[in-house]
Design a protein around this ligand. Structure first.
Ligand SMILES: Nc1ncnc2c1ncn2[C@@H]1O[C@H](COP(=O)(O)OP(=O)(O)OP(=O)(O)O)[C@@H](O)[C@H]1O
Ligand SMILES: [Mg+2]
Length: 283
């Protein structure tokens, strides 16, 4: 079959093996924010999905220190704890440091040590060819996937794959997206926002609109409480940092559209709090 023939598929046949189901996120309060609609006697009924839609490429964006890596680590451990293989590509922090972070998160989440047998790290932080040459990147990830029979991929962060060549951001993200789809992976892909971007927008990658390519976008934000009005509104103290999470969009399923408080526990675990504006502030 040539490329023209391969590109043509019949509706009703192309996606027969796909089923909408949730993949637990590993973040308390996040699984409940995705839902699906079922029809009973022609009547729509909204049901919780219980996590990210399986097969989704999930984009997690935010400025520095908003919790992107914590989310990526918790997602990874949640899959490993269920015996599902994960490839964790670290682009910023060398593998040894990610390993240490995973150990801390594992203890905080109460995940058994042997769950880590289902995780393989790819160190693109210390290996320039893996980070800068896409064919090497995909060959390495494929080999790592075979080691654990991976069903999930984490890349922390995508931004590191196109630093110093932001014009190519969309092309690189599209190739990663195609890889995720081809291998039927569920992926958590982080990206860094510049501090000048509007905090709660999904704009990332220097404005190169990578969110349009990926299926689900989570925006993480933080604000410093600088006025008495903010302190009252967020039930926080002056000078404190308050974090927020919002699902900006999901192509594959319904989702909560409100902005939620995001907390980081003393043990270093992300937890989604109540939505803003429901009187639940500061609970
Ligand atoms: N064990 C911990 N206990 C308390 N707070 C923690 C712990 N670990 C991390 N944090 C807090 O969580 C914040 C978010 O960390 P994280 O590494 O996930 O940020 P990030 O969004 O990935 O940032 P960057 O873009 O710089 O990689 C940290 O800056 C820190 O304030
Ligand atoms: Mg990080």
């Amino acid at each position: 079959m040539n490329a023209i023939e391969r590109a043509i598929v019949r509706a009703g046949q192309a996606g027969q093996e796909l089923r909408l189901e949730g993949v637990p996120t590993g973040v308390e309060g996040l699984d409940e924010l995705f839902f699906q609609v079922e029809f009973h006697d022609g009547q729509p009924k909204t049901l919780p999905l219980g996590g990210f839609p399986r097969g989704a490429a999930v984009h997690v964006t935010g400025i520095s220190d908003t919790g992107k890596s914590l989310l990526a680590e918790q997602f990874c451990l949640a899959q490993a704890a269920r015996g599902e293989g994960v490839v964790f590509v670290t682009v910023e922090s060398p593998a040894a440091f990610v390993d240490m972070a995973l150990q801390q998160r594992r203890l905080a989440m109460g995940v058994r040590r042997d769950a880590l047998d289902h995780v393989v790290l790819v160190d693109a932080a210390m290996h320039d060819a893996v980070r800068e040459d896409l064919p090497t990147f995909f060959a390495t990830v494929k080999k790592a996937m075979e080691e654990v029979g991976a069903r999930h991929l984490v890349v922390d962060s995508l931004t590191g794959l196109y630093e110093a060549r932001e014009m190519q951001a969309r092309a690189i993200v599209r190739r990663v997206f195609q890889f995720v789809k081809e291998h039927r992976l569920t992926a958590v892909l982080t990206s860094q926002k510049r501090s000048g971007h509007e905090e709660l927008s999904a704009e990332a990658a220097g404005g190169f609109a990578v969110s349009h390519i990926l299926d689900v976008t989570l925006v993480l934000a933080k604000r410093t409480v600088l006025s008495a009005a903010q302190a009252r509104m967020w039930n926080a103290t002056l000078g404190e940092i308050v974090r927020f999470l919002r699902i900006d969009g999901s192509r594959l399923c319904g989702h909560d559209t409100r902005t939620h408080f995001l907390e980081i526990s003393r043990e270093g675990l992300l937890k989604v709090g109540p939505p803003l504006g429901t009187g639940g502030e500061g609970q």
